[in-house]
Design a protein around this ligand. Structure first.
Ligand code: DON
Length: 304
């Protein structure tokens, strides 16, 4: 498969001018990003890299990090995690509070904000240095020690993070948050501020395409049965109330973030990341979804 030729034709075909959405602004610092940014990177199982545009520039990966924290938590708790978080699509926006009251404080899945905050609670509870451990995990699977948090983004989200503060307090009241809410939110805001490029994301997510092993070293960091669960959750819940649309258009397990990144995998084949900061009304990268739809259409390969 000539991936570079396919990516080149996607780059030629598409432009930020073709989309109508808006860059995220509820985190003030994210509103400053240049909406014209566009990059894509594919990393295949033969260890080859293909990319275009701004694929090596760092951006705020936001909710994409929920896959990393889920992986760490499953390594700690295994299947006991599902007593605290469910595995169903929510059909609601990522930051919604409404289902929690009817569902006794158990979030629908680990990728909506409520679910990610329960995961933060577990990591803060179990680890002495959760921020450092997350950074080490991401650096290890990306094989890049330069990956870091962006303190300006973390502070910006903290200053306006009223919904997440409400979610954490509400779940504390309902008995599904064990620690104090402040360290949980501090961890969560830092987690979301991780700065990575499309190339970094494609490298990191190769573990989900490679049954939990780092491709270059062969080291296993996640059991294949955990990878199976995480990929299923990316497929069914990775795009919140647009998970059906993403499956329908693209046909790969994936995860988005409000920084405009999307990463997706084709098991035992490749991982791919795309970045365009203009978001559709559901909070997912508008051009990113279109680019991935073209990728699976032009290659004729998806999980379906
Ligand atoms: O908690 C938030 O609202 C953000 N830090 C992350 C949300 C996000 O990335 C949703 N994804 N598309």
């Amino acid at each position: 498969m000539d991936y570079q030729k396919i990516l080149d034709s996607i780059y030629e075909e598409m432009s930020y001018r073709d989309v109508t959405g808006k860059v995220a602004s509820y985190i003030p610092e994210l509103a400053k990003i240049d909406p014209k940014k566009f990059g894509m990177h594919l990393y295949c199982g033969q260890k080859q890299h293909y990319g275009f545009g701004d694929s090596e520039e760092n951006f705020s990966v936001q909710s994409i990090t929920k896959v990393f924290t889920l992986a760490m938590t499953m390594n700690i708790m295994g299947e006991d995690l599902w007593k605290r978080v469910d595995v169903e699509p929510s059909g609601n926006p990522f930051n919604s509070l409404t289902q929690l009251e009817q569902e006794s404080g158990i979030p629908r899945n680990p990728f909506i904000n409520a679910g990610a905050l329960v995961i933060s609670d577990i990591l803060v509870d179990h680890l002495d240095n959760p921020k450092e451990d997350l950074l080490n995990f991401v650096r290890k699977i990306t094989r890049d020690d330069d990956i870091h948090y962006d303190p300006t983004i973390a502070a910006s989200e903290k200053s306006t993070g009223y919904r997440n503060i409400a979610l954490a307090n509400y779940m504390k009241a309902l008995g599904n948050i064990k620690c104090d809410v402040d360290p949980i939110l501090d961890f969560y805001f830092h987690q979301c501020s991780l700065a990575m490029s499309c190339k970094d994301l494609a490298k990191a997510f190769m573990i989900f395409a490679n049954k939990g092993s780092i491709l270059e070293t062969g080291e296993n960091v996640l059991k294949p049965e955990i990878v199976k669960r995480i990929n299923a959750l990316m497929q069914t819940c990775g795009f919140y109330d647009e998970a059906g649309e993403f499956s329908f258009e693209v046909g790969l397990p994936g995860k988005s973030g409000v920084g405009g990144g999307i990463v997706a995998i084709h098991p035992e084949n490749y991982s791919v990341a795309v970045w365009s900061p203009i978001l559709n009304p559901k909070g997912n990268s508008e051009l990113g979804m279109k680019a991935l739809e073209r990728l699976t259409t032009l290659t004729g390969v998806s999980v379906f």
